[in-house]
Design a protein around this ligand. Structure first.
Ligand code: AMP
Length: 380
């Protein structure tokens, strides 16, 4: 099966070739025909499975000839948990939408930035990608009307619920017309997601894509047993002595992320922290510099462990372990993607040892441990 067989708009086929999409991914093979047929979808699929294109391409095709532009009605609403995912999804709509004969306007709106420019740019929008809270603020201000929505997408529904957006989602659902297409994507099928599924979907096409099991085999994992106070020197030692570039460092708190980045900079290593307390501008800028290889170290909290697609990321360092084994796998999953071999390094204190055992058991992999006592950290 190839992209030509689906009945997508011809301009999109050309752009797919342009963007080196040679063959549809499994989720795309199932979702594209169903969405073109106006079916509801329940897609259980992890990040990296190609789920974004699986809904963007048929939605753009369905919209051709059905565009409503000179007002504040929106045709397609995509709800996402984070600003980063909003920008990323919008970028996929923009890049494919740009080649269509009929102009499609898409924008992303999210909190943490000034609302005025978003209000102004909402005129004539066909596709709105939004985080739930900011969307409701914009509705309240009458900047956007949701009563003409044809298609609703909930992307990373599990993450949205984990972040506590249940109430906002319910409020938004109450503003939509009853007759519409619903597409629900989630990495996991938790009880919460099941309840939204029952509330939302009509006789959906169910698509389940397993997390690529071999993904984790692509990652070289290593753990250092290290006392808390020596983690900073060990991090600097690893980065400097091995000349590491594009290192993503995870901490458990915003405070710690700032602290680790500060110390790296004081020691002459180019590092920036991004987390929920940073402005959107600062986050976008840091992420852009990091992706392009200009920024050596990005320190972050679990904000970034899902959803953001950074290709070819060579190193992930767990400065502190996450509580959930799933989050650990998501964090290190940044490295073993697109058939590229990456390295994941965990810093483990004595107190972490038991928890790390649980993580390894859940992951089904045992990680080589090195006692950092054996490393001479003097001068780092
Ligand atoms: P997603 O799961 O939507 O975040 O997509 C993961 C990555 O795969 C993105 O970088 C996409 O550009 C890329 N991608 C999606 N579908 C295909 C395809 N059929 N062929 C090649 N790359 C793809």
């Amino acid at each position: 099966m190839n992209f030509e067989s689906f009945g997508l708009t011809p301009a999109l086929l050309k752009e797919l070739a342009n963007q080196n999409y040679t063959e549809p991914y499994p989720i795309q093979k199932e979702a594209i025909p169903a969405i073109l047929n106006k079916k509801d979808i329940l897609g259980i699929a992890p990040t990296g499975s190609g789920k974004t294109a699986s809904y963007v391409l048929p939605i753009l095709t369905n919209l051709q000839g059905n565009l409503d532009t000179k007002n504040r009605n929106v045709n397609v609403l995509v709800l996402v948990p984070t600003r980063e995912l909003a920008l990323q999804v919008r970028e996929v709509f923009r890049s494919f939408g740009a080649v269509l004969p009929e102009r499609v306007k898409s924008i992303a709106v999210y909190g943490g930035v000034s609302i005025n420019p978003q209000m102004k740019s909402l005129f004539g929008v066909n596709i709105l990608v939004a985080t739930p809270g900011r969307l409701l603020e914009l509705v309240e201000l009458n900047a956007v009307h949701l009563s003409k929505i044809d298609t609703l997408v909930l992307d990373e529904a599990d993450k949205m619920l984990n972040l506590g957006f249940q109430k906002e989602i319910n409020n938004i659902l109450g503003l939509l017309p009853t007759h519409r297409q619903n597409l629900l994507f989630s990495a996991t099928l938790s009880e919460d997601v099941k309840s939204i599924n029952e509330l939302l979907l009509h006789n959906p096409t169910v698509i389940k894509i397993e997390e690529k099991t071999n993904n984790i085999d692509l990652i070289n994992q290593l753990a250092y047993i290290i006392p808390e106070e020596k983690k900073g020197p060990l991090l600097r030692y690893l980065i400097k002595s091995r000349g590491l570039k594009q290192v993503l460092v995870f901490t458990s708190s915003v405070y710690k992320a700032d602290n680790v980045a500060d110390k790296l900079r004081k020691n002459g290593i180019d590092a920036t922290a991004i987390h929920s307390k940073k402005s959107q501008g600062a986050r976008t800028d840091a992420l852009g510099r990091f992706k392009s290889g200009k920024l050596k170290v990005l320190v972050t909290t679990d904000l970034l462990s899902r959803g953001i697609d950074i290709e070819y990321l060579p190193y992930v360092i767990n400065y502190e372990l996450p509580r959930s084994p799933k989050d650990y796998v998501h964090r290190i999953g940044r490295t073993g993607r697109a058939e590229n071999r990456g390295e994941a390094i965990a810093f483990i204190t004595e107190e972490d040892q038991h928890h790390f055992k649980i993580i390894q058991k859940k992951m089904g992999k045992w990680v080589t441990k090195i006692n950092a006592d054996e490393i001479d950290l003097v001068g780092y």
